[in-house]
Write a protein that binds this ligand. Structure first.
Ligand code: HEC
Length: 136
């Protein structure tokens, strides 16, 4: 009887593990002009440009490793889809108003909305590349 029960539990836990593996959670793409981002090998030119932008426009509020006025960003490319990050940089106001993730973050950060960084799509892509390059 006990053996029967053990086998039964084993089968149940195995099938639930399988369903989890079969349905990976899709990361949100956010709201904005960017529908897909094709990620290739890291482009060092874009990383350079992105680093420059980060260190002039973002560093006031963001550190890579520590929470400042905004969240730490080192591993943000592991947490969010590239489309989400691009859309946030290109369409911050609408994302803060309508995207569930950003609405929750805005609350967490004392309703201080991150200002629109006014970047072109190419510059936002460079910032994304820099973020990819610093992830551990
Ligand atoms: C004036 C401060 C400020 C500046 C400047 C700023 N941010 Fe933010 N950022 C925030 C705050 C605060 C949040 C949390 C969400 C909110 O309150 O809007 C945030 C959120 C984010 C998020 C979302 C994090 C997550 O968990 O999804 C990313 C990505 C981000 N910022 C990147 C940048 C980049 C890149 C720049 C520079 C181009 C930048 N920010 C400039 C304050 C700032």
């Amino acid at each position: 009887m006990l053996v029967f029960l053990a086998v039964f539990i084993l089968i149940v836990s195995f099938t639930s593990l399988q369903t989890e593996a079969a349905a990976p959670q899709e990361k949100s793409k956010g709201i904005g002009p960017v529908k897909t981002v094709a990620l290739g090998p890291i482009n060092p030119k874009w990383v350079d440009e992105g680093k420059g932008i980060f260190n002039t426009q973002c560093i006031v509020c963001h550190d890579l490793d520590q929470k400042k006025i905004g969240p730490a960003l080192r591993n943000i490319t592991k947490q969010r889809a590239p489309e989400f990050l691009m859309n946030l940089l290109l369409n911050s106001a609408q994302m803060q108003k309508e995207d569930p993730t950003m609405k929750a973050l805005l609350k967490e950060y004392n309703n201080l909305p991150m200002p629109d960084p006014m970047l072109s799509q190419a510059k936002a892509r460079s910032v994304l590349e820099y973020m990819r390059s610093v992830a551990k």
